[in-house]
Design a protein around this ligand. Sequence first.
Ligand SMILES: [Fe+2]
Ligand SMILES: [Fe+2]
Length: 165
Amino acid sequence: MLPEKLTQALNDQFNNELQAAHSYTAMAAYFSEKGYHGFANFYLVQSREEHFHAMKFYEYLVTMDEKPVVQSLSEPKNNYVSAMDVVESSLAQEKEVTSNIYALVTLADELQEHATLSFLDWFIEEQMEEEKMFRDIITRLKGAGEGGEYFLKMNDEFAARKLEE
Ligand SMILES: [Fe+2]
Ligand SMILES: [Fe+2]
């Protein structure tokens, strides 16, 4: 068992990760509609990654003899004006998740819950990688007109992205 406050915070993050998956699926749809199937694939894989993150929290709660509780999802943003808009929103979303993870670490530290601190280490690393990934895509998009030659090259590259677990 875990302190109630920590269980609640971990459960909230379980649901935040599901919400992130939901949001990335909506971002994929921006690209699918435009016919940029490589970018769409990138975002669909990203959505599955977030679901995988959610399930890490699920499993951790179960391991600690707590029950995961699924909450309702809210409607994600479904209207984007450009590829850059999508990627900038992705980075903003990841920064938000990073601060959620940091708040969880702070709470676990206050409560001296060392198992939870150890569990959360993986997420600290993951957030560093995800923020960097989106920052790098923003840099590349700055030099590429949407639909232009370099953009289509990125689209081909993203078509090959597969789920890594
Ligand atoms: Fe995540
Ligand atoms: Fe993420």
